[in-house]
Ligand binder design. Structure first.
Ligand code: GDP
Length: 392
């Protein structure tokens, strides 16, 4: 499906930048327009691919291009004050060619954390197409203020969007990586998972005709009804052979008409579906109780076998208990078969409960420290015996 992506704040801008790169590399055609919004001028200048005219600096009167310093209340305020500037940029894009908006933001910071929900509310009032959020949770080692920001932004963002897709930095942290290097890998993981998902509804005419291609309406229907979503993913490499046909590295018996064994292609798909659902999700959660799900199996069309997809879909129905599990294929000339699973309307998410607990503790601590700080400063400045006098 075709998206208008708006990256709010530094993380949001960088991720949208990376989506443009993914689009170029894979020809998936999902980014119809890309906009970056930030209160920090340097962050906007650091982007590579988003066109200059689509980079919107907000809050200049208040913070002079220096950012809001992880103050998400200020982030929300300046977004509200300067919403017209963002709207001016959106007015330049052909929204009639767009299936949905996707607002991307890191929820632990200030500008995106506060501004993204404000923009979602604004867009929902004006447009009839869905407004989705892609919210990134901070790592647990980032500290109290980031956790508190994320917990408050989460509550607000989920209420204002048609669906909030969540990616948890904490689950994807790699030890021994520099933060920047780590983000590079994490951002690649984000665009790969969400790129396949949204790309599935955007199969162009000259690509292989699949048995049951996922349509963008199926993505929209899976996301409709609101709530929180997570995405699972698993892939296995397959080889393109020199004759232009395809041979799997893992296929021993190639007795099928196209050189592939049907039982093997079926089994590969069902095992990938299990791995995707039971492996690392973008937001870790219990999959039982998921309201709606969508299974997308991507790969060279020879490997996309209807029986495998149908079995995988049935298995997902049993595991989630959902009556609304859609499934289909996404033919791509890439040397891998990949199962991507969108779990929409997840409610059993211990990670969010922990985030909220830590946020409440951080909030209490901050209030205590604030209450004590005046007293502490007074006792520091006071010489005890009133022997010293201030100058004036
Ligand atoms: P803002 O510019 O004030 O909106 O704040 P940032 O976007 O810089 O940071 C918000 C949060 O996003 C941080 O606490 C990190 O958890 C996360 N973050 C920052 N940069 C990246 C990035 O490149 N990728 C990912 N996945 N997360 C990031």
């Amino acid at each position: 499906m075709k998206l208008a992506m708006i990256g709010f704040g530094q993380a949001g801008g960088k991720i949208v930048d990376r989506f443009l790169d993914y689009d170029d590399r894979t020809n998936s055609g999902i980014v119809r327009a890309a906009i970056a919004v930030n209160s920090a001028k340097a962050d906007l200048m650091g982007l590579d691919r988003i066109p200059q005219e689509n980079r919107v600096l907000i809050g200049q009167a208040r913070v002079k291009g220096h950012g809001v310093g992880a103050d998400n209340e200020l982030g929300a305020e300046i977004a509200e004050e300067d919403i017209d500037e963002v709207q001016n940029a959106i007015d330049q894009i052909p929204t009639h060619e767009v299936d949905a908006f996707l607002i991307v933001a890191g929820m632990g910071g200030g500008t995106g954390s506060g501004g993204a929900p404000v923009l979602a509310k604004h867009l929902k009032r004006i447009y009839t197409i869905p407004v989705y959020g892609l919210g990134v949770l901070p790592g647990t080692d980032e500290g109290g203020i980031y956790t508190l920001n994320a917990a408050r932004s989460f509550q607000t963002f989920v209420r204002e969007v048609d669906n909030l897709l969540v990616f948890d930095n904490d689950s994807w942290r790699q030890t021994g990586e520099s933060v920047e290097g780590g983000y590079d890998q994490i951002n690649e993981e984000i665009v790969r998972r969400f790129g396949i998902l949204f790309g599935a509804g955007e199969v162009s005419g000259n690509q292989d005709v699949a048995e049951s291609v996922v349509d963008s309406s199926e993505i929209i229907n899976t996301l409709s009804g609101g709530g929180v979503s997570t995405v699972g993913f698993a892939s296995e490499g397959v080889e393109l052979n020199s004759g232009g046909g395809l041979l799997s590295r893992f296929t021993g018996d190639d007795s099928g008409g196209d050189g592939l064994d049907a039982a093997n292609t079926t089994n590969r798909i069902t095992s990938l579906v299990r791995k995707a659902a039971l492996g690392r999700l973008t937001l870790p959660c219990e999959i039982e109780g998921t309201e709606r799900a969508l299974l997308v199996v991507a790969g060279p069309s020879e490997y996309l076998n209807r029986k495998g997809i149908e079995r995988g879909r049935k298995w997902l129905e049993e595991e989630t208990g959902s009556m609304e599990v859609r499934g289909g294929d996404y033919p791509r000339q890439e040397p891998e078969v990949a199962a991507t699973i969108l779990l929409s309307g997840v409610t059993n998410v211990p990670r969010i409960k922990r985030l909220q607990q830590v946020a409440i503790e951080a909030q209490d601590n901050m209030e205590d420290i604030k209450a004590e700080s005046e007293e502490n400063l007074e006792s520091l400045v006071d010489d005890g015996e009133d022997e010293l006098e201030p100058l004036f």
